[in-house]
Design a protein around this ligand. Structure first.
Ligand SMILES: *[C@@H]1O[C@H](CO)[C@@H](O)[C@H](O)[C@H]1NC(C)=O
Ligand SMILES: *[C@@H]1O[C@H](CO)[C@@H](O)[C@H](O)[C@H]1NC(C)=O
Length: 116
């Protein structure tokens, strides 16, 4: 009887943890208006996710841009987290800039739009 109860409790525990799983909201933008040939900062803001098993990459034509900065994992309300990653860049018309986010086993790429 005791064993059955603890299995039940364990199942309940995992069900509760799982229900708190939530996918990230991702915004890719630049600090200044995206004018080609002008120095700018590419920013990827990821919020509202749980659990905090995440990695963020800023990409230029699919390759990671070096020397980026990332904020510490910030704790929002209700078990959710947010993170911001940024890097200096000078946008060029032929290049594609994007933010790749892996949350748990889900990998998604968000492309920066110059006219935002
Ligand atoms: C990110 O988390 C911090 C710390 O809880 C909070 O102050 C901030 O408002 C959050 N930012 C966004 C954009 O959700
Ligand atoms: C990254 O951090 C360094 C050191 O704090 C700072 O000098 C640099 O301006 C930051 N880069 C960006 C894109 O904010």
């Amino acid at each position: 009887m005791k064993i059955i109860l603890s299995i039940l409790a364990l199942g309940l525990f995992y069900a509760t943890v799982e229900s708190k799983e939530s996918p990230p909201k991702v915004q890719v933008y630049s600090r200044n208006p995206g004018n080609f040939g002008e120095k700018n900062v590419l920013i990827c803001h990821v919020s509202g996710f749980h659990p905090p098993d995440i990695s963020i990459q800023l990409l230029k034509n699919g390759k990671e841009i070096p020397n980026s900065n990332q904020t510490d994992l910030a704790f929002e309300q209700g078990w959710q987290f947010n993170l911001t990653k940024s890097v200096f860049f000078t946008p060029a018309a032929e290049e594609e800039y994007s933010c790749r986010v892996r949350h748990l086993k889900n990998l998604k790429t968000y492309t920066w739009e110059a006219d935002m």
